[in-house]
Design a protein around this ligand. Structure first.
Ligand SMILES: NC(=O)c1ccc[n+]([C@@H]2O[C@H](COP(=O)([O-])OP(=O)(O)OC[C@H]3O[C@@H](n4cnc5c(N)ncnc54)[C@H](OP(=O)(O)O)[C@@H]3O)[C@@H](O)[C@H]2O)c1
Length: 250
């Protein structure tokens, strides 16, 4: 049995991505902190397709030890695809940002993503048909004033994953590493980034995608051989090659 692992599957893009992969007949391993939301998702998936196996794992990825534990707990499964989607933002100017939240953000967005990517690459580089998809952001390619630390964390995700994709290509590995770079997407993300109860996307944002649309783009990226799937300033989704310059041969 093969599985698709999705971190941050309890809401937003991860939740909809789980439903989209379930619609494709993929068995799922869904990860987040909120068990009730994951159980609700599992029920929904089983309504779509009762034959699918859905494994729930709770993990707090702001504690990097838990990233190692998560991976070790999954060693017995055959993981065809690993999607590092869990993430959070801090929408504040640097001088005003909440440092505790920023520390948590860097551990989830950067440290746990790096640990999980590395462990997955070690085991699956030579396994046919495998993919590692890391969720960055359009702000991983343009610096957002007012969210500089978040933007920089996504620059890391993009640079790390584009570099990894190149290393895998040079080694002739079978595993593909890819980046999804969404722009504004209607999820719980804004509520948590700026600490509001219910951010009103409709009245506040001229353009945005729904989480379901973004999950559709995730599937498009999965189906394609390009490394980057990015939403452009016109809110069109583009599949393309790596964006950062690469230095080889050091
Ligand atoms: N929405 C946007 O506008 C937008 C734009 C560009 C990129 N993104 C990126 O898209 C990804 C998904 O975000 P979203 O928009 O879907 O936001 P969301 O609705 O807030 O979902 C975030 C997910 O990450 C999980 N998560 C957060 N902290 C975690 C932790 N400490 N340990 C484990 N899981 C944790 C959450 O689960 P629990 O709370 O249950 O743990 C939740 O499932 C993020 O990487 C985000 O940076 C979002």
């Amino acid at each position: 049995m093969k599985y698709t692992v999705i971190t941050g599957a309890s809401s937003g893009i991860g939740y909809e991505t789980a439903l989209a992969f379930a619609a494709r007949g993929k068995n799922l391993i869904i990860v987040a902190r909120r068990l009730d939301k994951l159980e609700e998702l599992k029920l929904k998936i089983q309504e779509i397709n009762p034959d699918l196996d859905v494994v729930i794992l709770t993990s707090d990825l702001s504690v990097t030890d838990q990233a190692y534990t998560l991976y070790n707990d999954l060693k017995e499964y055959q993981m065809e695809t690993w999607i590092n989607n869990a993430g959070l933002g801090e929408g504040a100017f640097v001088a005003d940002q909440k440092l505790e939240k920023v520390e948590t953000m860097l551990r989830v967005n950067i440290e746990s993503l790096t640990i999980l990517s590395t462990l997955y690459v070690r085991d699956y580089a030579d396994v046919e048909g495998t993919q590692l998809i890391n969720v960055s952001s359009a702000l991983g390619y343009v610096i957002a004033v007012g969210s500089v630390a978040y933007s920089a964390s996504k620059y890391y995700v993009s640079a790390f994953t584009e570099g990894l994709a190149k290393e895998l290509e040079l080694k002739g590995a079978k595993l593909k590493a890819k980046i999804l770079a969404p722009a504004i997407t209607e999820t719980e993300f804004a509520n948590k980034s700026i600490d509001v109860k219910e951010f009103d996307y409709k009245s506040s944002m001229p353009k945005y995608h729904t989480a379901k649309q973004m999950a559709g783009f995730m599937v498009d990226l999965y189906d394609n051989n390009e490394v980057v799937g990015i939403v452009d300033p016109n809110y069109d989704f583009n599949l393309r090659g790596p964006i950062y310059p690469i230095l080889e041969g050091l």
